[in-house]
Ligand binder design. Sequence first.
Ligand code: IMP
Length: 429
Amino acid sequence: MSVQIIVGAQWGDEGKGKIVDHLSENVDIVARYQGGANAGHTVVIPSKNGKNEQEFVLHLIPSGIFHRHVTCVIGNGVVLDPVALMAEIEQLHRIGIRTEGRLLISHHAHLIMPYHKMLDSVREKGDQKIGTTGRGIGPAYIDKYMRTGIRVVDLLDRDVLCKKLKRNLEQNNELLSKMYNSQELDVDSIISEYQEFDKKVDEYVTDTSAYLNEAIRKKKKILAEGAQGALLDVDHGTYPFVTSSSPTSGGACTGLGIPPTTVDSIIGVVKAYSTRVGNGPFPTELNDETGNRLREFGGEYGATTGRPRRCGWLDLVSLRYSCHVNGIEKIAITKLDVLDNFSEIKVCIGYKRNGKQLTQFPTDVQTLEAVQPIYRFFAGWEAPTSGVRKYRDLPTNARKYIEAVTRVLDTKVWMVSVGARRDQTLIVR
Ligand code: IMP
């Protein structure tokens, strides 16, 4: 068995990029299994001269790309935006990171088409606004499940591509032309654009499921990188305020075409507090000065959209649920340093509704919107942690905080991150 899965345990933006980058040192392959360019995985790498840091935001390409020995896979569960992919490849080339021979794209990944992005914003004008990233993710997955989607493999055959595109445009043009001042989408120009893309990506496209299964047989080490977070999972998240794919660990097997029996371990990435972008219930949200401080200290602005993230205290009710749904055995706690300046830190240990305590995490939004968090108070450590390099050197109150969290979650803490840089990483033995 050789597969490790990294999942976001909250609503995304937990800092998975840094954790995957760290783990990539000791793996052969990093594979993204779902989502699309809605994700923003930030990795801070030393510059060529080793003196400065460079921040790099990846949307599609797995965060292992910065390690030259790693092969990166974009699996069949991902929805692929050609424009975003090419921009990312070019950006990597500009900083001297090679993608040729190191990046593989599933021929079964579905393509984001221009009308998907337009439909995403049309739907967001309706009365059930999700607060999507506007990257066409939902509409692309709708087509996938309607069985009208266009896959990477379809680029190979112009006739198939034309036929599918014409049908999809006929279905969508009426709605789109109403919303976009009668400006109809043109089949020929879309075909040319996508065939141009085909020429550029051709060398990367392959049967990635076959590749991964062969790698597993050869005992290669594989890291499956999830995007977003468990509470945004289309099945297990706070539906309908979710993304359209399965960020939970189960999604890794379907999104990569590998058997569950090959999975060794599942690591949950947990931010030391909570954030959420977009709409939907968020029991521990702080619409006050404390929330603003978390946002400012944590730089909590969307890596993809720049939107300010909603901020609040850590929520152990939803996290316990997340650990169960994902099978998380160990966690990486990120952004601990953001809490350095708080004299008091709260953690939600239960919910109350109509005077009664709830024992389970309710995923129906009506209940979740009505619950009141029950908090446990922790004394802050009020000391900088970003320079700490050993877990035992963390302030006592910081260790108390972490240990209380892991006790409630019944997991082990494996790593604590105290800053965006690679060296700001404490491994807990
Ligand atoms: P979509 O994935 O763009 O359809 O957006 C659906 C919901 O998921 C919205 O609330 C988005 O803000 C949220 N979302 C999508 N991608 C991310 C992410 O990478 N981090 C955090 N939230 C996300």
